[in-house]
Design a protein around this ligand. Structure first.
Ligand code: NAP
Length: 298
């Protein structure tokens, strides 16, 4: 068992609700594997962000993760923010600096590393996002920063898809795209049959299909799945979602969001501790969390 002493660094996560979080398991496992004297704990937030941030900072909490519902609300209380996190308008990782906490968005770094791991390149590709919430917004910025041919955001509430499209257009105008005619479109879920592209990479960014609603999927249109090249579901519980089944039944590869979750934590850990976490540790985490999920079901 690890010993906590006068030198133990404290890390944690603030959010509400917080009871379901896997972050303490991930971070404490990394510390154990890397032999680092640190502990990571959940902080159930009570809503007064200013006093929470000041309290954590005054007590010298070295690194903090931020989850729902504070990822955007917390930004005014930071001393600085990473440029891509600023564009996205959401942070999930705070690093202690001598001027205050500096914010990052490691959800995006996590998804980027998952895609690299699975050999999925977004460059020059047509991309479809299902959903237009906080996660979809971050994924849209990751995609836009990866030189795709087009991004189409499909959502039940069309206005939310349009809002992200507008911000992506502004962002993309300052980036170098591979082809001059980079396109970003919003499509209402009910108008999915108007989607023109084929052979696209699709990110499932809604919360439909999240356990215990394992058999639900935001879209069950065979023609849509016949045109998918690769499908990535941000959901990791269940391990195989209905969306993923739809993709694999149509003959394409599908991945869940577990590696994204693990790598967002690994990226935060690396930012906080100025080190590189061994690839083997990330692999062990995947096995551990898959087993944890199986145990919680069984
Ligand atoms: P959110 O901001 O609440 O957005 C929810 C999205 O789902 C919206 O686009 C919403 O559409 C859509 N939706 C909800 N109910 C629907 C319904 N009945 N029919 C059609 N669409 C519906 O949530 P979020 O923060 O973006 O998170 C989305 C998912 O990503 C969650 O399952 C979360 O667990 C997952 N996630 C995973 C990771 C990871 O590390 N793997 C990280 C972040 C998030 P409307 O706009 O029309 O309401």
């Amino acid at each position: 068992m690890r010993r906590i002493d006068g030198h133990t660094a404290v890390f944690g996560i603030i959010g509400n609700p917080i009871g379901h979080t896997l972050s303490p398991v991930i971070h404490n496992t990394i510390s154990e594997a890397m032999g680092i004297n640190a502990v990571y704990v959940p902080f159930a937030a009570n809503g007064n962000l200013s006093s929470m941030v000041n309290g954590l900072y005054s007590l010298g909490v070295t690194g903090v993760n931020v989850t729902v519902p504070y990822k955007t609300e917390i930004i005014p209380y930071l001393s600085g923010i990473d440029p891509l996190a600023k564009e996205i308008g959401a942070v999930n990782t705070l690093k202690y600096t001598e001027n205050g906490y500096y914010g990052y968005n490691t959800d995006i770094l996590g998804l980027k590393r998952e895609l690299e791991d699975e050999g999925v390149s977004l460059k020059g590709r047509d991309i479809v996002l299902l959903g237009a919430g906080g996660a979809a917004r971050a994924v849209a910025f990751l995609c836009a920063s990866s030189s795709p041919a087009s991004i189409t955001i499909v959502n039940r509430t069309l206005s939310k898809a349009f809002d992200i499209c507008k911000d992506i257009e502004v962002y993309a105008s300052g980036q170098e795209m591979p082809s001059g005619d980079f396109r970003v479109n919003a499509v209402a879920l009910e108008d999915i049959n108007t989607l023109r592209c084929t052979d696209y990479i699709v990110f499932q960014c809604t919360n439909i299909g999240l356990s215990p609603d394992d058999d639900a999927c935001v879209l069950d249109d065979q023609d849509f799945y016949d045109r998918v090249s690769v499908g990535i579901d941000l959901i990791y519980k269940p391990a195989v979602t209905k969306f993923m089944k739809n993709v694999t039944d149509a003959g394409s590869k599908a991945y869940n969001g577990l590696k994204m979750l693990i790598y967002q934590a690994v990226s935060a850990y690396e930012i906080w501790n100025d080190l590189r976490v061994n690839d083997a540790v990330a692999g062990d985490l995947e096995a551990l969390l898959t087993q944890t999920e199986k145990d919680s079901v069984g």
